[in-house]
Design a protein. Structure first.
Length: 97
């Protein structure tokens, strides 16, 4: 390391990518994405099944929330329909002119 290098290599703590940065300008010259860890087929199948189950569970929860919301909207609509007669203003005798 006798001569001063013009580039600096930095490893990202979040994604493990290696960035090559120019020392003078601070510009990122090159990015090496991390290699994916090899996963066995069985582990991959288990992970896909787990993701499917969580997706199904999230769908069921969202569907349940939507049903509850629609029920409350329908109840409010029915209540408003019951009071529609109360909301209409009677015709005033002076309005006939």
């Amino acid at each position: 390391m006798g001569k001063k290098e013009t580039h600096l290599r930095v490893r990202c703590t979040c994604c493990e990518a290696v960035l090559t940065v120019d020392r003078s300008t601070g510009e990122v010259l090159f990015t090496e994405k991390p290699r994916k860890k090899s996963v066995s087929f069985e582990e991959a199948v288990l992970q896909v099944q787990k993701e499917k189950e969580t997706a199904d569970e999230r769908f069921r929860e969202a569907f349940s929330r939507e049903q509850t919301r629609m029920k409350s909207v329908e109840d409010k609509f029915e209540e408003a329909m019951k009071r529609v007669d109360e909301l209409e203003e009677p015709i005033k005798p002076l309005d006939y002119d």
